[in-house]
Every structure is written in structure tokens, then in C-alpha cells.
Write a protein that binds this ligand. Structure first.
Ligand SMILES: [Zn+2]
Length: 247
């Protein structure tokens, strides 16, 4: 165990991400209208998560963590917000990203996706302090489109997070539940499935416009992150009317 703990400490010394913090007792933190609660994670699961975090975040410039207000990553289990179990929770009130080291950890691709998705909520909050509305982004959608009632109500919807070609302008059903989830889904898949999106935006002008907007949001918050999304729709012709290039 001593060797393993030393390995985790050594791992963090070598890396550019915020420190991964392990709990030694259950924690309850008041955030917004609810409590974040979590418990200590088994060491082996913490170690797996720490390795995964470093691997997934290695392309992020260190300044992005600073600009997004992420100063620590808490590794834990039985993570919940207001009693609802979650794989990860962004806590911008306390500059913390909570990661459940066990929930969904065995589902191929899921724990990697969750890291990028939840980190984007921190970016989104740092961008303008408003996560749950974005009129500029919403205007990129077809005029008749309305978002659903938030990701919190889709946690148990079957296949809500599965990539699909069947919803023009969106990557997943989950992305249609709220503007904040739309942005976070597009950011996460832009990192993990850029070839898929590169193909989609050749025929999906709404999605192409969203990629351009997403890159502008990143560039405005953190110039060092301007190349983090290596998808380039700029050369595509689009007739979409809402086509902002700045924040
Ligand atoms: Zn989300």
C-alpha cells in the first residue's frame, strides 16, 4: 500500500492537471439548492481514475484549468447531488471537480466522456457565469427547436448519451435536454470522437456552426486552448443566419 500511495503521489508530481485529492472520510458540501455528498474511494479505483484523468486531460493546456477555475479534483465514490447518484459533478462554487471512481467505470468510453463533459461545465461557468442559458448558442438551432427540461431529468433515460445521427444539429438525445448539456456533449465528443464529428458537419450546418461557436468560447476564455478542438468547419459553406465568431 505504501508503494501504491507513493506511486499516486509521484504520478501527480509529473502532471499538469490540478491535484487529485482522496478523501479519508465522507463529505457533504452545500452547493446551490442541494448537497454534494460522497465517500472515500477504494485506493485501486482512485489510482485507475487518476491515471485516466491524466491521460484524458493531457491535451488541455495548464492555463485552461486556471481559467476554468478548477483547482482540485476530488476522487470519491457514492457521489450524489441532492441524493441523485452522479459519475461526476462540477462544483464551480468551490473550484472543484468531483469524480466517482466507480460509477460507470467499466462502461467502455463512458468515464472518459464524463471527464470532458463535466469539465466543460466549469469552462461554461467561467465563460460568463451563466451555465443554464445562452441565447447566442440557442439561436444556432432551427427556429422551432426548444430544449427539454435539463439533464437532471434524463439521468435514467435509456441511451440518452449514445451518439446518434438521427437528431440533426445534436450528437445525443442528452444534448437536447438543455443548452448547457448541448455544449458539454459537443465539447466532450470533439475531444474523443473528432473523426465522427468531422464527418457529421459536412452535411449538418447547425452542428458546424456550433463547433465554430464552441471554439470561439474556448478561445475567448483561454487563448492557449484555441487548438484544443482540432475540427475545422471554417472552410465549409453554411447558410445559417446565426454565425457568431466571438463571445
Ligand atoms: Zn452535463
Amino acid at each position: 500500500m505504501i508503494i501504491a500511495i507513493t506511486y499516486l503521489g509521484l504520478l501527480q508530481l509529473l502532471l499538469t492537471t490540478p491535484p487529485c485529492v482522496e478523501l479519508n472520510a465522507p463529505v457533504v458540501v452545500r452547493v446551490g439548492d442541494g448537497d454534494i455528498s460522497c465517500e472515500p474511494s477504494p485506493f485501486d479505483d482512485s489510482l485507475d481514475a487518476a491515471v485516466r484523468i491524466q491521460r484524458e486531460f493531457k491535451s488541455y493546456p495548464s492555463t485552461l484549468f486556471q481559467q476554468a477555475g478548477c483547482t482540485r479534483i476530488v476522487l470519491c465514490t457514492k457521489l450524489a447531488y441532492a441524493g441523485q447518484l452522479r459519475a461526476a459533478i462540477p462544483d464551480w462554487e468551490h473550484n472543484t471537480l468531483y469524480i466517482d471512481t466507480q460509477r460507470g467505470a467499466k462502461s467502455p468510453g463512458y468515464p472518459e466522456h464524463v471527464l470532458h463533459h463535466e469539465f466543460f461545465h466549469l469552462i461554461d461557468h467561467a465563460d460568463d457565469g451563466d451555465v443554464y442559458s445562452d441565447a447566442t448558442w440557442a439561436a444556432l438551432n432551427p427556429i422551432s427547436f426548444r430544449y427539454g427540461n435539463g439533464g437532471v431529468n434524463a439521468q435514467t433515460t435509456r441511451n440518452t448519451g449514445a451518439l446518434t445521427d438521427n437528431i440533426p444539429g445534436f450528437l445525443t438525445h442528452y444534448a437536447t435536454t438543455g443548452v448547457e448539456e448541448d455544449k458539454a456533449e459537443l465539447f466532450a465528443f470533439s475531444i474523443t470522437h473528432k473523426d465522427y464529428i468531422t464527418t457529421r458537419i459536412k452535411t449538418d450546418t447547425v452542428l458546424a456552426a456550433k463547433i465554430i461557436r464552441l471554439k470561439a468560447i474556448l478561445r475567448n476564455l483561454c487563448p492557449d486552448a484555441k487548438d484544443l478542438i482540432s475540427i475545422h468547419p471554417d472552410g465549409l459553406t453554411t447558410s445559417h443566419s446565426a454565425y457568431p465568431t466571438s463571445n
